[in-house]
Design a protein around this ligand. Structure first.
Ligand SMILES: CC(C)(COP(=O)(O)OP(=O)(O)OC[C@H]1O[C@@H](n2cnc3c(N)ncnc32)[C@H](O)[C@@H]1OP(=O)(O)O)[C@@H](O)C(=O)NCCC(=O)NCCS
Length: 140
């Protein structure tokens, strides 16, 4: 098992993993998200590979104020083995190397069960309301 930066040839396997992990949404193209990450801090997009198979992903980024984690996923058959923790720690290490002072992430309301996982890794909820505005539509 190795955790390494994403490579173009991982794209199909990564999108399949995200779909199976319930991370994709109809209004958001995972293909476009992969492509965009290849032009912005691509070195902070990691995959876990085991015997040629992609079994985990994490995407990190630093905006100069906060670090962000997105697209954390572990394949069903590898959950509960410490891989999710290892991926988060990899992302944290990459952010810390840029002297990023704090890492944040968002959990969808239909996935609040995952909060226990993050709390075990030292994350705590903070009071804020997330707002967003779409600049580019991913759907026709
Ligand atoms: C969330 C996810 C990445 C966790 O990956 P994982 O490899 O199973 O996690 P780990 O084995 O590293 O677990 C780390 C710790 O969290 C605990 N944990 C893992 N999942 C948990 C859960 N659902 N509830 C409570 N604790 C959990 C583990 O017991 C472990 O505790 P320990 O270190 O004290 O023994 C994985 O379940 C997943 O891919 N889920 C679907 C995608 C998703 O929801 N991503 C997050 C979007 S915000």
């Amino acid at each position: 098992m190795t955790i390494r930066p994403f490579e173009d040839s991982d794209t199909d396997a990564v999108v399949t993993l995200w779909e199976k992990a319930g991370l994709t949404r109809p209004w958001n193209s995972p293909w476009a998200d992969v492509r965009r990450k290849q032009s912005v801090q691509p070195e902070m997009f990691f995959v876990a590979e085991d015997d040629g198979r992609i079994v985990g992903t994490v995407m990190a980024g630093y905006d100069g104020h906060r670090g962000w984690i997105n697209y954390l996923a572990v394949s069903d058959d590898r959950r509960g083995t410490g891989l999710g923790r290892a991926l988060v720690e990899q992302a944290e290490a990459a952010l810390a190397a840029l002297e990023c002072p704090k890492v944040q992430l968002q959990v969808r309301l239909d996935n609040i069960g995952v909060i226990d996982f993050y709390e075990r890794l030292g994350y705590a909820p903070y009071e804020a309301i997330s707002l967003g505005k779409r600049l580019i539509s991913d759907v026709d």
